[in-house]
Design a protein around this ligand. Structure first.
Ligand SMILES: [Zn+2]
Length: 205
């Protein structure tokens, strides 16, 4: 990818960079046309700590929390991580293959890690996300689309149905659509009936 001021070898200028060891090359000729959205927090529902970054850097102390035992040894990564306050981290060059999607299928292709860019939002599936996260996410999506032929955006729940539920019903797809100006055809059909903040009724209330 060109070094155009926004990007340098797949690294986004406005992200804090920390190189994860969990990545590999993309297949030859990979068409990087999919953005996959996720949500994550460690332990689930606890925000603001460093555990997610530590997980992606293989530096998590598995004994630091009982929940970590359930994911002990997990080697994963995403290209990006958007914190609750909108701060943006990057762990893998977008030119490389991060390990965020697992077994997956979308727009007629399997193994979405091959040709997607993964963005983790700090959060809990089913709960809402912060305004600052939508702002960072929409700016990031626009920047990605300047460097890569983005044609699709989907949630982990869409590309691995039944196995994954993130980012979940609290994510406002319509808001991302409006902010990016991208057509509904780029998004999963299931999101076309917009889940607006006005309509969204969190299950935990
Ligand atoms: Zn996910």
């Amino acid at each position: 990818m060109p070094d155009d001021g926004l990007w340098n070898a797949g690294w986004y200028r406005f992200a804090r960079a920390a190189l994860s060891p969990n990545y590999g090359p993309r297949p030859d000729g990979a068409q990087i046309d999919l953005i996959v959205l996720h949500s994550i927090s460690l332990p689930p529902g606890r925000f603001g700590g460093d555990a997610v970054q530590q997980l992606f850097l293989n530096q998590l102390d598995w004994d630091a929390d009982p929940y970590f035992q359930t994911i002990r040894g997990l080697q994963v990564s995403s290209h990006f991580f958007v914190r609750r306050d909108g701060a943006l981290w990057q762990f893998v060059s977008c030119d490389d293959r991060a390990w965020h999607a697992g077994a997956s299928h979308w727009r007629g292709r399997d193994d979405c890690n091959d040709d997607s860019i993964g963005i983790e939002l700090e959060g809990l599936e089913g709960e809402r996300f912060e305004d600052a996260q939508y702002e960072t996410l929409s700016d990031l999506c626009a920047a990605i689309a300047q460097a890569y032929p983005v044609a699709h955006v989907a949630g982990h729940e869409h590309i691995a149905p039944g196995r994954k539920q993130d980012p979940g019903a609290g994510f406002e797809w319509r808001r991302l659509r409006d902010a990016t100006g991208w057509g509904a055809s780029m998004f999963p059909e299931a999101t076309s009936d917009a889940i607006s903040s006005a309509k969204f009724d969190p299950p935990y209330r």
